[in-house]
Design a protein around this ligand. Structure first.
Ligand code: GLC
Length: 419
């Protein structure tokens, strides 16, 4: 058990709520298939899962032609989807650097035909649109480096410290010195990294950019915020700073055959649950080898983005919610001082919120500003209830938000749930 709740001390991160994760590397060229074999599980693990020898895998670099990658368009789009930061895979477990690295020629500038520095392009676009840029960096796993670790494999013959000193640290220095302000470093899968080793990486980051946040997966509880397991949503509000990394289908890296997209409604709900529990939702896209974003992701994100834009007031600037004794299948709740937001996820004719101790003063639909009739009453079981009557034209609508103005600063609820 962690003793102290993690705290980034960075207001932008606490306020962010929604971010874009971008998994892009050589694995995108394979799209989850190699020599007629389809990978089971996530596509960015294909090198390890199918045990492709490094010398063979390396040759992919010569085919990497990011003709559809447009950093500005991507960052602009992320903004339109309502996202407040972007995290890009500078080096994933495959070991290939998506930036110009002087200490390893196995990188996008030196080993691919067009020699484009993808990270530099992203940095400039992020600066232009004032989007905080975070970098995913696989510190322990590196299937290309002879001394990098591999999860679940025999790592006994490896000189892990040598790899840390000769690849990881020099690369982190490059990333933190040559690509402007880095908002956070997203370390991942620490495996057997010792506390001292995690501490060395932490100190290195801070010595170059003191405001750069270090993610939970640096290991040994040194992260400045809690990173949940992939797609693992905490059931209760969590007091420290935290983030949920999440996929839109069942892979991070591009997988040609994975069309198992979450529905926009489901994603909106997940976002609201994360927000309500005080965290950030870091939602992933995996561009294909050309840099194009899969259609399925665009379809979902455009819908989600519309909701986030239209109901931004009920999402951004909201606070972690305290205990609410009911689980509503038709709504998610968020709040900020003197406001309670009811996000309607299913069609309803009226809103009933039992067990609320507050007095509702006014209610309106976010977006249109339409005022609604509101009553502070008791339900048939004698439980204090806020009732809001929805106009007939909304009865068949869902995915909109009602803002209730409260007399009291904070919403509070009876713990007793029955009559
Ligand atoms: C995992 C995987 C990785 C992915 C990451 C995202 O730990 O190893 O492929 O990048 O989670 O959260």
């Amino acid at each position: 058990m962690r003793r102290k709740k993690p705290d980034t001390k960075q207001q932008w991160f606490k306020d962010a709520k929604f971010g874009l994760f971008v998994h892009w590397g050589l694995y995108a060229l394979l799209g989850g298939e190699y020599q007629g074999q389809r990978v089971k599980g996530v596509a960015e693990w294909i090198m390890d899962t199918l045990q492709i020898p490094p010398k063979e895998y390396e040759t992919l670099a010569a085919q990497f032609r990011p003709i559809h990658f447009d950093a500005e368009a991507l960052v602009k789009q992320a903004k339109e989807w309502g996202m407040k930061y972007l995290v890009f895979t500078a080096k994933h477990h495959e070991g290939f650097a998506m930036y110009n690295s002087a200490c390893s020629p196995y990188n996008v500038v030196k080993a691919t035909p067009d020699g484009r520095d993808i990270l530099k392009e992203l940095q400039l676009a992020c600066e232009k649109y004032e989007m905080p840029l975070g970098l995913y960096y696989s510190q322990a796993q590196d299937w290309h480096d002879p001394n990098g670790l591999a999860a679940g494999r025999d790592n006994s013959g490896k000189e892990y410290q040598f790899y840390l000193d000769h690849k990881v640290k020099p690369q982190l220095r490059e990333l933190l010195q040559n690509y402007g302000k880095i908002a956070l470093i997203w370390f991942d899968t620490p495996l057997e990294t010792s506390r001292e080793q995690s501490q060395e990486l932490y100190d290195l980051v801070k010595s170059i950019q003191p405001n750069c946040i270090v993610s939970g997966r640096i290991g040994n509880e040194l992260g400045e915020y809690m990173t949940t397991g992939d797609n693992f949503l905490p059931r209760l509000p969590y007091e420290g700073d935290w983030e949920l990394p999440a996929t839109l289908n069942d892979t991070w890296g591009y997988k040609r055959t994975d069309e198992n997209w979450k529905q926009p409604d489901e994603v909106i709900r997940l976002l609201l649950k994360v927000v309500n529990r005080g965290g950030n939702y870091l939602l992933n896209i995996g561009p294909d080898a050309t840099g194009a974003i899969p259609e399925g992701s665009l379809r979902v994100l455009n819908e989600v983005g519309r909701y986030v834009r239209e109901n931004a007031e009920g999402i951004f600037g909201t606070r972690r919610m305290g205990y609410y004794p009911y689980e509503l299948d038709w709504a998610e709740l968020t709040w900020k001082p003197h406001k309670l937001y009811v996000h309607l996820m299913k069609t309803r004719e009226r809103i009933e919120l039992p067990n609320v101790k507050n007095q509702a003063l006014q209610a309106k639909v976010l977006g249109s500003g339409e005022l609604l009739e509101v009553q502070n009453t008791k339900n048939c079981e004698g439980i204090p209830t806020i009732v809001i009557f929805l106009p007939e034209r909304l009865w068949q609508e869902k995915n909109y938000c009602v803002e209730i103005s409260l007399k009291e600063e904070e919403p509070s609820f009876e713990e007793e749930i029955g009559g």
